[in-house]
Write a protein that binds this ligand. Structure first.
Ligand SMILES: [Zn+2]
Length: 441
């Protein structure tokens, strides 16, 4: 048998994705009147490049920028200075960036790269979770959430509802367009995660009308209005429940157990030494005021070889039996990937999610957070699909070092494309020609 060469999926390589994103940015409505000196697409692509290169600040990016590389690799015509980038991007409505996420997702579908993310029977897991990325007592904008304290002080903050396609066996996540949790236009009332989830689900179904999904979420989401929203949009769910918050449901489980309607199931994992124990019961009312809303209940205990026990319980609309309960548990627990592999990566692996790149007066903070998520999406696609990126990452050993080298090469050498940069990172610099250094003294 011959050697199997990994198939190059050309429209999933970083250069193809950057071109698609650039095309989308070129189609976005221009909010400025007259002929703008720097096109909106250049300002958006410059901010995207800043996050793609993990530049620690707008100032650092501005100082060290190498215009030729930015033009060739990211297709930017004119690179704005930091003040001008902030001014151009502040009025941009974050929702306008949604097609950029969609175009990358379509490329993943076209390249059949999503097939390995299927969880069960053609269904994907889409995890949702809220996170905070900015908090200040002084800096604020029209979109900030406000927390008013007794002494009259106010804490301003930004949060967003992140969403990502996840898989229990895969480290990579495919982030979707996040939904900002912001103060709504024309009201003083703070938005909340639940409203953001409703907006997200509606938009998600518009963007992906036929995608079969299962939504795993924490126990904050196991309430009747949210479940009804998911049902209306044809989305399955596996949601955490807690005895303290769902006393009625747990009482129904106890009654079912007394009536002999509960099923028990256990299995050993000899390799890991884990013992898995389940009890489940189907068709229970979620709570006393919503007896028409019926759910299937799963309770689960995991015991390690040295006797440590972890305990979880969930409700779901999916069929629960001895053949499915173990897989459902894996799907529910994979929810943590949105926290570990998405938010923690953005906060601690070079993206500097909580760093203030400039706040603006209207939408800048949200626009920056959204573009950072988009840069993370492109990186995750490379991690999932690009053997060259995978090899470069393996060579440098850590993402932090990989990003550091990537920036160093970008600022020092003339590059033709992102592929050229990945090749330089993997094979060394002999393929790259140094740019001329001009002494500015
Ligand atoms: Zn703000």
């Amino acid at each position: 048998m011959g050697l199997v060469v990994p198939q190059v999926r050309t429209h999933l390589c970083a250069d193809a994705l950057l071109r698609s994103i650039h095309d989308i940015f070129c189609q976005l409505p221009e909010h400025r009147k007259g002929d703008a000196e720097i096109p909106l697409s250049d300002a958006l692509m410059s901010a995207f490049a800043m996050f793609s290169l993990k530049s620690p600040s707008l100032l650092a990016f501005d100082k060290e920028r190498t215009e030729d590389n930015l033009q060739r690799v990211y297709g930017i015509g004119r690179v704005p200075c930091d003040t001008s980038m902030r001014a151009i991007l502040d009025p941009v409505k974050p929702a306008h960036l949604s097609p950029a996420f969609k175009v990358v997702f379509r490329q993943l579908q076209r390249g059949k790269a999503l097939e390995e993310m299927v969880f069960v029977e053609g269904h994907y897991l889409v995890a949702l979770d809220g996170t905070s990325y900015f908090s200040s007592k002084e800096i604020h904008c029209d979109s900030c959430l406000e927390q008013h304290h007794r002494k009259g002080t106010i804490t301003y903050s930004h949060q967003l509802l992140g969403a990502a396609l996840i898989h229990p066996d895969k480290r990579e996540v495919i982030p979707l367009m996040p939904e900002p949790i912001v103060k709504q236009d024309g009201t003083e009332k703070n938005d909340c995660e639940r409203n953001a989830a409703k907006r997200f689900v509606t938009q998600f179904r518009r963007d992906h009308p036929n995608l079969k999904v299962i939504v795993p979420e924490d126990s904050l989401s196991s309430n009747a209005p949210h479940i009804e929203t998911l049902q209306e949009h044809n989305m399955h769910y596996i949601l955490g429940v807690k005895e303290g918050d769902h006393a009625f449901l747990f009482e129904q489980v106890a009654q079912a157990e007394r009536a002999g309607r509960v099923t028990y199931y256990a299995r050993e994992d000899h390799q890991s030494g884990l013992h898995h124990r389940f009890r489940f019961v189907c068709d229970l009312p979620l709570n006393a005021s919503n007896t028409g809303l019926r759910v299937n209940f799963i309770e689960y205990w995991e015991t390690t070889a040295d006797g440590k026990v972890q305990h979880f319980s969930w409700v779901t609309d999916l069929c629960v039996n001895k053949g499915t309960v173990y897989r459902l548990m894996q799907g529910a627990r994979a929810r943590w990937r949105i926290e570990n592999e998405t938010f923690n990566t953005l906060k601690n692996q070079g993206y500097q999610f909580e760093h203030n790149f400039g706040h603006g007066y209207q939408h800048l903070s949200v626009v920056f957070a959204t573009l950072m998520m988009l840069a993370f999406l492109v990186d995750q696609v490379q991690q999932l699909c690009c053997p060259l990126f995978q090899a470069a990452w393996a060579k440098w050993g850590s993402k932090r070092l990989l990003w550091e080298k990537m920036r160093a090469f970008f600022y020092a050498y003339a590059l033709e494309s992102m592929r050229h940069l990945f090749e330089a990172l993997y094979y060394g610099l002999n393929k790259s020609a140094p740019t001329l250094m001009i002494d500015s003294c």
